[in-house]
Design a protein around this ligand. Structure first.
Ligand SMILES: [Zn+2]
Length: 257
């Protein structure tokens, strides 16, 4: 059984001490690929370094909406250069965060569109973060019809998810699904497995029974098992299908062991 963790932040300082061990545990639990995502120029560089260092790690490069103030023309030029590196398979993490609202909305929208255009020009998928802004994010996605991607840590309901799926996008599901009374379980119950990607968002949002602790890619199977439970499917089927989904989206580079 093989899992793909389509969203992690291995460059986070919380992994500085023991990343080799974290990677060993991931491989032992059947994780065949991990997509680690930068949130600004510095972490994007680091994501590419980690992808070069570890066989099963692939990188996404981009500027997160909360860091949109750092997205100078020079920074975006370097992101574009990094995107040409061998193991970079997506532009991300980009998007809109109107919940935290550190950064003016207009600036977030501008930086999101700039990076969506970059993804279009480079023919790479987008890894999108959206919080308190799902409608606005879907609107931007509609403007770039040639671009596919994943709405990571999906914050909407079944209706918004259906809209994203109709646009050819994927829904990223992580540890929050395992929390009691998660709204996500309704969505997972009614939508087809063919449009879900699994993610941990490590080091954040650890699934039950690790909730509150540091998350790591080895826990991805707990998310998969929860989906299997909700949909009444064998866990193997969830692993097989979500792995295939990840390969479909990130096919421009073979995200595979
Ligand atoms: Zn993230």
């Amino acid at each position: 059984m093989m899992w793909i963790d389509t969203h992690a932040h291995l460059e986070d300082p919380k992994f500085a001490q023991d990343l080799d061990e974290v990677m060993k545990r991931a491989e032992r639990t059947g994780v065949g690929a991990i997509l680690t995502a930068g949130v600004d120029l510095e972490t994007s560089r680091r994501a590419v370094e980690l992808a070069d260092r570890y066989r099963i790690v692939w990188a996404a490069v981009g500027v997160h909406p909360s860091e949109a103030g750092k997205a100078t023309p020079e920074a975006l030029t370097e992101v574009r250069e990094l995107a040409g590196r061998e193991k970079v398979v997506a532009i991300g993490e980009v998007g809109l965060d109107f919940y935290r609202d550190h950064t003016p909305r207009e600036l977030q929208l501008k930086v999101f569109r700039e990076q969506a255009r970059m993804a279009e020009e480079l023919d790479l998928p987008l890894v999108v973060h959206t919080r308190g802004a799902i409608r606005d994010a879907l609107e931007v996605i509609r403007e770039f019809r040639g671009v596919r991607g994943v709405l990571h840590c999906f914050p909407g309901g079944p209706e918004e998810a259906r809209e994203a799926i109709e646009l050819g996008w994927y829904i990223g599901v992580g540890g929050a699904l395992t929390f009691p009374r998660s709204r996500l379980s309704d969505m997972v119950a009614v939508l087809p497995l063919s449009h879900f990607l699994l993610e941990t968002d490590s080091p954040f949002l650890a699934p039950v029974p690790h909730r509150g602790q540091r998350n790591e890619p080895a826990y991805i199977s707990l998310v998969g098992a929860e989906i299997a439970h909700i949909k009444g499917l064998p866990t193997q089927e969830v692993a097989r299908c979500t792995t295939e989904n990840a390969r479909n989206l990130f096919e421009s580079s073979p995200i595979s062991p």
